[in-house]
Design a protein. Sequence first.
Length: 379
Amino acid sequence: MDLGSAFRLPPERVWLNASHQGPLPQRAAEAVQAMVGWKQQPHHMSTPEPFVEIPGRLRSVLAELLGAGTDEIALANSSSYGLHVVANGLGLEAGDEVIVAANDFPSDVLPWLRLKDHGVVVKQLQPEGEVLTAEEIAAEISPATRAVCLTWVHSFSGHVIDLDAVGELCRRNGALFVVNGAQGVGGIPVVPGSRSVDALVGVGFKYLCGPYGTGLLWLGSRAMDQVSSDKLYWLSALTADDLAREVLDLDQIEAPTSAARHDVFGTANFFNFAAFAASAGLVLETGVDRIYAHNLALAERLVDGIDPARFELQDRGPVECQSSILFARPLRNSLEEVGARLVAGGVDVARRRGMIRLAPHFYNTAADIDRALEVINRV
């Protein structure tokens, strides 16, 4: 995949860490520069664009990426924000149950654990493998289960959960299926409504290559009806024209009925959101189907090229649905030494659970992988 000058990555390095941060594309960097100019010359901010058009543009791009309606998208600053919106908005009471994976990323567990003080039962299930299966959840789900919250692509293994099977189980049992898509959105095709997902959260700074402090929340019809809002943000309910009125009757202001009622405060965050819209737009134009195929090919190139005498590659899960995230355990040297040598050699990866995590994305090329393998097979 040739993206030309879409990114300005240093030629002497290979960034294989999309699961931590996706690099900002040039178009997004230019959007930030334009927004800096607006702030320096604030007459630009007297127009509707920063307060209405930029968040509206971002919401439209995210909706198209997910195959959703714009009224189903809430703008967020992280996946944790969206998970807290859902956890706090369900009105869970003493005796209600929530199922999570005990080995999941902390952001998927903590919003529910804080509800234990209210008598909510949080079942932390330890999967037999890397991720929970529908069968394992079926053994624990009960009439009291209000939600099942799981990561779509597991941060510590790269394994992908079966959204269809778990979602169908949840629907049969009257529970909401809440999914953290931080490691999947932008890298793997998904249409939430068609996969029995009720709520999907994600971040902008990984596979969507946006700025840090950006995220999204998608709510399907079941979640939209059940997740209430505990705030009424003026910018989601009013416009500049409303403020220009001689008399503004706040008693007549109503919260939006769309997912926008859950927007993070400060949706006119034009430094971040203009860039996020630009980067997500690049992903949309490139096509997530194409990106997924490209990333899988890069992952296979890594699998075929890594020296088995130096690294033990971890199982990637069922072939029918794999991510492009790889985990490799060093066999000859300590993880710290391997990590230091990779950085010195210009190859950037993450260290997780005693292994290196390699996460290529659409800005990487086959030549990048070959250069990385030269370094990896020397450490």
